[in-house]
Write a protein that binds this ligand. Structure first.
Ligand SMILES: [Fe+2]
Length: 215
């Protein structure tokens, strides 16, 4: 399956992330690494998915944060960066990772994109074909704190407390839980059996979830 994907090599992806961290250091980098680890672990148990490609997609899904401390425009910045580098699959995931229900209004954060960029995203979402990798990164984004993995519902509440809720919030939760069910059917067990540290992170034994630049 990887033959059909246009992904950077692991070394290239790590170099992109290191450069981005130097431009805009923050907990988003550790969050990205954990999203990548989760995607790799889950994809490794799914027939037909490439765990290395999943890792790279997770590593790069928030790469738009290289442009600085931004809100929703990190997705268009990430898409533009990876398209310019010649990686359309990874670029697509920069855009799709925040849109489980394909509604432009479901994304959290400051609406700091231009009207043209918002229209571009809206049109893109209407046409984009979501692959299992898009859904896998949507899932892993929802369980990856900078310190590690946590119960999805904890992250839902964390985000809602930081940003408030939106008209699409419950639909977004349902869609993300449905993705979890889809992957659990594929792997034959709870994702929480595969991912390390869920109990520690979920119950606040080792983690702070207060950063506004994560996700
Ligand atoms: Fe993220």
């Amino acid at each position: 399956m990887k033959d059909h994907l246009q992904t950077p090599t692991l070394a290239q992806a790590e170099a992109f992330l290191r450069e981005a961290e130097s431009l805009n250091p923050g907990p988003w980098v550790a969050h990205s690494v954990n999203a990548a680890r989760g995607a790799q672990i889950i994809a490794g148990r799914c027939a037909g998915l490439d765990a290395d490609a999943a890792y790279v997609f997770g590593l790069l899904h928030d790469i738009g944060r290289r442009a600085g401390v931004t809100g929703v425009r990190h997705i268009v910045d990430g898409h533009a960066f990876l398209m310019a580098q010649g990686y359309p699959d990874a670029a697509r995931i920069c855009l799709t990772h925040s849109f489980q229900t394909r509604q432009i209004g479901e994304i959290y954060g400051e609406l700091d994109w231009t009207a043209d960029e918002a229209r571009f995203v809206e049109d893109y979402l209407a046409r984009a074909e979501y692959t299992p990798y898009d859904r896998l990164i949507q899932l892993c984004d929802a369980i990856a704190l900078p310190a590690g993995f946590c119960l999805m519902e904890k992250r839902f509440v964390d985000v809602a407390m930081r940003y408030g809720t939106l008209p699409y919030t419950v639909a977004k939760w349902r869609a993300t839980l449905a993705i979890k069910t889809e992957f659990e059917a594929a792997i034959g067990c709870s994702i929480y059996r595969l991912l390390p540290g869920v109990v520690e992170n979920t119950f606040g034994l080792e983690v702070s979830c207060t950063s506004s630049s994560v996700g």
